[in-house]
Write a new protein. Structure first.
Length: 241
């Protein structure tokens, strides 16, 4: 459908193995549950560098019922919802400059009538306040509940991808924190500030950063670098490039 995806390929994001970077092997967090399955909902959101000053964000949500649950004798899982959202995002402003929503699988003929309404995402910031704006514009009878839930999952992925853009070389490098004033350090942390208990504006982490202390190397980065026999401080050097 319009190049946006089909039920068979997780929202149409089909990349060559070299582009997938080995992240398609999902971890099975449910193997210990020896219980009859009733429902499976999958969210997948991917961010891509889309040229200078631009990020592409694509997300999908899919609901499936186990084989034979709804249709007796059916040997295949039954997809009951499949929605795809595609966003073009300007960087570093994180303003949405293009938006498309597609309802691939839906229960009623009337469902796709709401698709064009999601073009009202254009002009919104996908950073702070995005969830509130999404609820206001698309909550309840103003949208599709599944598409709106997907959008709420997509916002944090854009924020998570800011540092990825730096690491990929697709964004202009930012000066190292040690050269910044306290005000500049706080501005650089604006996407993290008050997003969780670690980044509380009155918490220890923010206070340390404002005093010029470098953010600790993430635990997962330290563990991976040590496993590779490399110095965890390599992470800091990479983030300063």
């Amino acid at each position: 459908m319009s190049g946006m995806g089909t039920d068979d390929n997780d929202a149409g994001v089909t990349a060559a193995p070299s582009r997938g970077a080995g992240i398609d092997d999902d971890t099975d967090d449910f193997a210990d549950l020896d219980l009859p399955l009733l429902h499976d909902r999958t969210y997948r959101v991917r961010a891509y560098a889309d040229g200078p000053g631009r990020m592409r964000l694509r997300g999908m949500v899919r609901d499936r019922k186990p084989a034979g649950l709804y249709v007796e004798g059916d040997p295949e899982p039954l997809t009951v919802h499949h929605m795809v959202v595609d966003l073009a995002i300007a960087f570093p402003s994180l303003e949405i400059v293009d938006a498309q929503a597609v309802l691939e699988t839906h229960p009623h003929d009337e469902c796709p009538r709401i698709q064009d309404h999601y073009r009202n995402l254009v002009g919104l910031s996908i950073a702070r306040g995005f969830t509130h704006e999404v609820r206001k514009l698309f909550g309840g009878p103003r949208g599709c509940t599944h598409t709106t839930a997907l959008l709420q999952a997509m916002g944090p992925v854009a924020v998570q991808s800011i540092w990825s853009l730096r690491a990929s070389g697709a964004a202009q490098p930012v000066e190292p924190p040690r050269t910044m004033t306290p005000e500049e350090r706080r501005a650089a942390l604006r996407f993290n500030l008050d997003t969780c208990h670690v980044w509380a504006s009155d918490g220890e982490m923010v206070a340390a950063v404002e005093q010029g202390v470098e953010i600790p190397v993430p635990l997962w980065a330290e563990e991976r670098l040590r496993a590779l026999g490399r110095d965890p401080d390599e992470w800091r050097s990479r983030m300063r490039e």
